[in-house]
Ligand binder design. Structure first.
Ligand code: HEC
Length: 157
């Protein structure tokens, strides 16, 4: 009798842990109603960016972005997104590349990130500046370093 109850409590403990695990994963993956509504608005925005004045290498990266980021939703979604700082984009591109079926290599993820970070600085300058002004000194220094790195990799002719 004793060994059976030991076994069943062991079973319950394992089942409980498994349940806890899935709920934690769900909580991290799920998005709330307000975010869903915001995303639905993004989807109605423009579907292309005029990159004719961007450095040549970043114009190429734009093509990678156009190819890779339309597999699951419109391109309008990232184009109208309110992410602007390089840190926000690097986190988000990682999130997207880890979604099942994303087919985004590390090299392409980097190109897309560089494009989006540069594009936000130019095309969404007001939002970029506002977010930067609100960021912590550490985030500001990090943003500076990331932007310098991109500008050095893609010099404007
Ligand atoms: C495998 C499918 C898939 C691919 C590929 C994909 N996305 Fe997404 N994306 C999603 C889903 C699903 C959502 C809804 C939010 C969530 O579940 O994270 C989303 C939401 C978004 C949002 C809105 C987030 C917000 O909270 O405002 C942005 C921006 C975005 N994606 C950008 C990108 C970019 C940039 C790429 C290319 C690197 C990309 N996506 C590629 C599936 C994908």
């Amino acid at each position: 009798m004793k060994s059976i109850s030991l076994l069943s409590s062991l079973f319950l403990a394992v089942a409980g842990l498994a349940l806890l695990g899935t709920t934690a994963v769900r909580a991290a993956e799920e998005i709330d109603a307000a975010t869903k509504a915001k995303i639905a608005e993004f989807d109605k925005g423009p579907t292309k960016i005029d990159v004719s004045a961007y450095p040549a290498g970043l114009q190429k990266n734009y093509e990678v972005f156009r190819e890779r980021c339309v597999l699951c939703h419109t391109l309008a979604r990232p184009i109208s997104s309110d992410f602007a700082l390089p840190g926000e984009w690097s986190r988000y591109v990682k999130r997207m590349m880890h979604k099942p079926g994303a087919k985004i290599s590390d090299a392409n993820a980097k190109k897309i990130y560089q494009f989006l970070a540069y594009d936000s600085m130019v095309r969404k300058k007001a939002l970029f500046d506002a977010k930067l002004a609100q960021a912590t000194p550490e985030e500001q220094a990090e943003t500076d370093a990331k932007i310098k790195e991109i500008l050095a990799a893609y010099p404007q002719k």
